[in-house]
Design a protein around this ligand. Structure first.
Ligand SMILES: [Fe+2]
Ligand SMILES: [Fe+2]
Length: 383
């Protein structure tokens, strides 16, 4: 069913290089006319048939660490984009895992004043369509493990947790880790306890620290939520995350919900984990295991930085612009992160609309620079 949204018209996103991996480039656009689109880069040329409106295309078969000029020809004209593929980390590819965050299952509105809605909704609400597409596309990319790192539901309620359960049951064969965010433990509509598990598959909500090992990587999930509060804390689980990473015989990916505030006073909404807690955490984490990547959600934006050599990333929401999931390709000598936009058309139509939030500021705030979304780390030598 075609969707009609509450505040048209909105500005579609530009044709752009959204993601790079070592051998591929993901192009996305908010609106291109129907008809053939020809994408070429050096000796690679691919033609696709576009039905019009938003879309994405991934050009694969490229060479690592190479500068490309990507020519996109379509009915309305030609654009040339420039991109450099990532270097492949040293050694064999051992495994792939992925994270999603801020699914906000159960939400029906979006924007600073919560005025953005689907006035003629699809049969499936937009948070479920977006999360379903993100998880499915991450698995199709090759992820053998999915971590859901918080704000899985919009407010705690039996209905929302049941909807979350139906979502995770769509992927019964994929191991998952699930940690709560502040929205999973809020008191806005209910004082019910956080359920121990969700879905027929009985996926546990982690309220401590858990880990799963895959070839080349220990994946650690820690609960940083405080019931009834927005910000996060490491007080309950920080030590256990440090110990779990230190005991690993391999590098570690640490996933939490709340981002780590860089300054003593938060400089943007929402507040995350206080700097006073974050700094000693990173220091001890690195002392215990020098090869660690820490990633969070909560801020609904993409960013990356280093703290004393520890790589720290924030990954945006599946539900709102730009609508993403993060893939991690694990090599013997390093790891690649790629933040990919969801491709499914019934999700992208909402993502494109949702970029108009906060008087249009959201379209600039949430994406972050390409270099902070797609990055490669060589263990021990530069982590
Ligand atoms: Fe969130
Ligand atoms: Fe959050």
């Amino acid at each position: 069913m075609p969707v009609r949204l509450a505040r048209p018209p909105f500005t579609p996103s530009a044709l752009q290089v959204w993601a790079v991996e070592d051998t591929s480039i993901q192009l996305t656009w908010g609106s291109l006319p129907a008809g053939p689109i020809r994408v070429s880069a050096q000796d690679r040329t691919v033609e696709i048939e576009h039905t019009g409106g938003p879309g994405e295309f991934t050009l694969s078969g490229l060479s690592p660490a190479t500068d490309y000029r990507v020519h996109v020809d379509h009915r309305a004209g030609t654009r040339t984009l420039e991109a450099r593929t990532l270097a492949t980390p040293p050694g064999a590819l051992l495994s792939r895992v992925a994270t999603v965050s801020d699914l906000h299952i159960g939400s029906r509105r979006w924007g600073f004043l919560k005025t953005m809605v689907e006035t003629e909704p699809f049969d499936t609400p937009f948070p479920v369509r977006c999360a379903r597409a993100a998880i499915g596309e991450a698995i199709a990319w090759g992820a053998e493990l999915i971590m859901i790192k918080g704000d899985a539901v919009n407010h705690r309620s039996p209905h929302n947790f049941a909807e979350l359960g139906r979502l995770v049951d769509l992927f019964p064969d994929t191991p998952m880790l699930l940690v709560p965010g502040n929205h999973d433990v809020d008191f806005q509509h209910s004082t019910m306890e956080l359920p121990a598990t969700v879905g027929e598959r009985a996926l546990p909500f982690t309220t401590t620290v858990v880990h799963l090992d895959v070839p080349g990587l220990r994946v650690i999930a820690g609960d940083t939520s405080i019931p009834g509060q927005g910000p996060g804390t490491l007080a309950r689980t920080g030590e256990a995350m440090i110990q779990t990473a230190a005991e690993a015989d391999r590098p570690a990916l640490v996933g939490v919900h709340h981002h780590f505030d860089r300054l003593s006073r938060p400089t943007h909404w929402p507040p995350g984990i206080p700097k006073a807690e974050a700094k000693p955490f990173f220091d001890d984490l690195r002392r215990g295991n020098p090869d660690v990547l820490v990633t969070s959600g909560h801020s609904h934006r993409n960013r990356a930085r280093r703290h004393q050599g520890v790589a720290v990333t924030e990954v945006a929401s599946t539900r709102d612009w730009p609508g993403v999931w993060a893939g991690y390709a694990v090599h013997e000598g390093g790891i690649r992160q790629v933040v990919r936009r969801v491709a499914a058309a019934d999700a992208v139509v909402w993502h494109e609309y949702s970029r108009g939030a906060v008087l249009g500021a959201w379209e600039h705030w949430a994406p972050g620079p390409l270099a902070q979304r797609s990055l490669a780390i060589n263990w021990s030598t530069d982590s």
